[in-house]
Each structure stands twice: as C-alpha cells, then as structure tokens.
Design a protein around this ligand. Sequence first.
Ligand SMILES: Cc1cc2nc3c(=O)[nH]c(=O)nc-3n(C[C@H](O)[C@H](O)[C@H](O)COP(=O)(O)O)c2cc1C
Length: 215
Amino acid sequence: MKILVINGSPKAKNGNTEVIINQFINGAKAPYEVCYAAKEDSQQLADYMHHFDTVIVAMPLYIHAMPGIVMKLIGCMEPAIEDEKSMGFIVQFGFMESAHSKYLEKYLSSLAKHLNYNYLGTVVRGGSAGISMMPNKMNKKLFSQMQMLGEYFEKEGAFDKEIMNEMAKLIELSKGKSRMFQFLSRIGIGDSIFWNQMLKKNNALDRAFDKPFVV
Ligand SMILES: Cc1cc2nc3c(=O)[nH]c(=O)nc-3n(C[C@H](O)[C@H](O)[C@H](O)COP(=O)(O)O)c2cc1C
C-alpha cells in the first residue's frame, strides 16, 4: 500500500498539524511520504496524488472551514481512474467541541466519493491550538492515540473507529458548561488570558476588535 500524507496547514512544518502527522507516522513502521500544500504547486501535488493507493489529508480548521490552500488543492484534483483507491482526513482545531467540523466532515466525505476514492473517514481532534507550544507530557494522551491510529492504519488500511470516537468525544458542551465558560470569559479568566498574551507579544492587543472589512 503506497500512502501519501498531505499536510494542509498554511504553517507547513511549523504547525500543530505537523506534530499530529508525525505521531501518526511514528505509530507505523513503513515510511510514509509527506507533502506540504503550503510548499507545493497545487496542480502538481494534485497530479502526484495519482501515484498513491491511499491519500490522507491532514489540516487545521481556519474560520470554521478548510484553509484556502487546501481548497485550492481540491480544486485541482481529478477523479481517480482506477477503483480501489482510498482517502481519509485528519482535522484538528482550537475549539474543544468536535461539532465545529461537522459541515467540513460532510463535505470531505462527498469529496472522496466524487473523486472515486473510498472514504476512510475523518479523524477529528478539537482543543488542539496549543499542541506545539505545550511540553510533550501534556500531549501524552493525544500522542498515544495518534500512534495507535498509525499502527492500526498500517495493518488495516483504515482508521480505528474506537480511537476516532474517543478523540472526538466532546461533541458539544452542555448548556451548563457553556454558561460557565461564558462567565469565566466575561470576568477575564477564560482562554482570553492566553490569546491576550499572544496579542501583546505581537503588539496587536489594541487592535483585537478591529473590523478591517467593515465599510
Ligand atoms: C486564521 C485562523 C483561524 C482559525 N479558525 C479556527 C476556527 O474557526 N475554529 C477553531 O476551532 N480553531 C480555529 N483556529 C485554530 C487552529 O485550528 C488551531 O490553532 C490549529 O491547531 C492550527 O493548526 P496549524 O498550526 O497546523 O495551522 C484558527 C487559527 C487561525 C490561525
């Protein structure tokens, strides 16, 4: 089985998608080829995909959707001529509820079918914005899940459903928890502490509520 992994993060090797892909690959023994949507010509990469039996596209969620570079790449993809090819996806993002990617997942499943690929499913992992900034021990569970997914994938050519379900477990916050987070954010002790620090570091705190596209 020839597998191509496409990293769809605009940050290429410097993002959380890369960390997640590396753990997935660590779980498998055979070397996987990884290509970067941010570094390759979209048409060339879309054509190159045809040399592989299985393609896994991993990406972050940017503004509730796939990054523009992934959209551009998809626009260049042609349906596979041979049957029996497979395509799966890994989508990770900042918000903790996996429901944030539900529309994208629906699209990805139709896309695979439209391209004449067998759809392997989408691995979803919310709460992932801090992965590359956190010490490895704080990512222990995620890393072990990704390695197990990689190990299983190598043997079965599919994602392990149990691990996928476990990773996407928090589908939606309960009303009570949602209210609690709103309250914490209002009194300034939500995750805005972290984001405000980032804004300060980039001299952009005073521009946090700018609306550059409002006429
Ligand atoms: C421009 C931008 C838009 C984002 N939009 C969302 C979003 O709509 N929902 C979400 O949960 N996370 C969002 N995030 C957080 C990213 O999905 C998260 O940080 C992810 O781990 C980034 O992966 P990467 O480092 O590989 O690019 C956004 C991040 C950026 C930079």
